[in-house]
Design a protein around this ligand. Structure first.
Ligand code: MEV
Length: 325
C-alpha cells in the first residue's frame, strides 16, 4: 500500500507525518545499543505551506508570527525550515507555514520529529520536488538536534517508516517481520517530559558511575535483542517479560517518575503482559502489552478511569504497521 505523504494544489502544499513509539531500547540507543520503534499512526501532523507575501510566517498552536521571532522552544523547527528553504533554493519570504498536530507535545510520541518531517515534506511538495528518505532525515534531524541535544536518530527514522524498526546508531536500519499481531495500550500520564533533559541526565549519570550505568545500558541492549526474538518468534508473553525488565533498568537510570510508575503497575495488575515507559520518560506516556484486542480496550478504559489523560488501544499488525482498533 502506498501512502500519500505530500500533496500540492495550485495554492498550497501539504506534508503529513505520523507519530512513533519506542517499544524498547530508549536511552540505551543514544549510547550505541539497539532499540525497537514502531510507527504510531493514531496521531500525526499536517503542515500546510501557502504563498502569503511578506516574511516567512509560522502558524501553530504554540506560536503565530514571523519565523525570525519564534520562541526558544521552536528554534529547532525554525532552523529546520531555514535549512530546507536554503536547500531548495527558495527565498526566505512569501510563505505561511501552518502546523496542525494531534500529537500531544512532550509525551514521548515524537512530536518534534513529526512536525519537522511534515514541514520538510510540505516544502518539497511546494517546489514540486519529491524528497529522498536521506534528504528527509538529514533536514528533519536539524530540528531533532535542538530538541534532544544528541538524538540517536530513531525518532525521525521511525516517523518515515511504515514498519517496525530495528535501529542502531550509525548502522543501516532494519525492519522487523512480526510473527503475530500484538495489542498494546498507550496511556498518557499527563505530565510533560523533556527528552533533552532526560537524555542529558543519563549522560551525566554515565559520567559519574561509568561501569554501573554502562551495565544497565548493556542490559537494555540485551533485552532489546530478546524483544526482537519475541516479535519474530517467541511471542507476546516473552515480549511482556522483556518490557517489564527494561522498565526496571529505566527506573534505575532515573527516567521514570511516580505518574508513569503508577500507570505501569496498574496496567500489570490489570493483566498487561508487560508495561513500561515509552520515549524520553520523566513524564509522557506508557506502553502496555495487552493479552488480546478485547483486553486492550478494557485496559484502556481502566487506565482512563484511574487518571490517564489520554489512552490509545493499538494493534501492531503481523504484516504491516499498527492501526487503531
Ligand atoms: C526518544 O524518543 C528516545 C531517546 O532514546 C532519545 C533518542 O534516541 O534520541 C530517549
Amino acid at each position: 500500500m502506498s501512502i500519500q505523504k505530500a500533496t500540492t494544489t495550485e495554492q498550497t502544499a501539504i506534508g503529513i507525518a505520523h507519530s512513533k513509539l519506542i517499544l524498547i531500547g530508549e536511552h540505551a540507543v543514544v549510547h550505541g545499543q539497539p532499540a525497537i520503534a514502531i510507527p504510531f499512526p493514531l496521531v500525526g501532523v499536517e503542515s500546510v505551506v501557502e504563498y502569503v507575501p511578506g516574511k516567512v510566517k509560522l502558524d501553530s498552536s504554540f506560536y503565530h508570527g514571523p519565523l525570525d521571532s519564534v520562541p526558544e522552544n521552536l528554534s529547532g523547527i525554525a532552523n529546520c525550515i531555514k535549512e530546507t528553504l536554503t536547500y531548495l533554493d527558495l527565498p526566505m519570504n512569501d510563505l505561511l507555514i501552518q502546523i496542525k498536530s494531534s500529537i500531544p507535545h512532550g509525551k514521548g510520541l515524537g512530536s518534534s520529529a513529526s512536525v519537522a518531517i511534515s514541514i520538510v515534506r510540505s516544502l518539497f511538495a511546494y517546489t514540486n520536488r519529491t524528497c529522498t528518505t536521506e534528504e528527509l532525515l538529514e533536514l528533519a534531524n536539524v530540528a531533532e538536534t535542538y530538541a534532544h541535544g544528541s538524538p540517536s536518530g530513531i525518532d525521525t527514522l521511525t516517523i518515515t517508516s511504515e514498519s517496525s524498526v530495528w535501529y542502531e546508531k550509525d548502522h543501516p536500519a532494519d525492519f522487523i517481520q512480526l510473527s503475530e499481531d500484538f495489542h498494546f495500550v498507550v496511556a498518557d500520564s499527563g505530565r510533560i517530559g523533556d527528552t533533552r533533559t532526560s537524555v542529558e541526565s543519563v549522560a551525566t549519570l554515565l559520567l559519574s558511575a561509568p561501569r554501573r550505568i554502562q551495565r544497565k545500558l548493556d542490559r537494555i541492549g540485551e533485552l532489546t535483542h530478546q524483544a526482537k526474538h519475541a516479535l519474530e518468534k517467541a511471542g507476546k508473553h516473552f515480549l511482556g517479560q522483556m518490557l517489564n525488565e527494561a522498565q526496571k533498568e529505566l527506573e534505575a537510570l532515573g527516567v521514570s517518575d511516580a505518574g508513569l510508575n503508577r500507570l505501569i503497575y496498574f496496567a500489570r495488575q490489570e493483566g498487561a503482559l508487560g508495561a513500561k515507559l515509552t520515549g524520553g520518560g520523566n513524564g509522557g506516556c506508557i506502553i502496555a502489552l495487552a493479552q488480546n484486542e478485547v483486553h486492550s480496550r478494557q485496559l484502556a478504559e481502566k487506565l482512563r478511569k484511574v487518571g490517564a489523560h489520554a489512552v490509545w488501544p493499538f494493534v501492531l499488525k503481523k504484516d504491516k504497521h499498527g492501526s487503531g482498533e
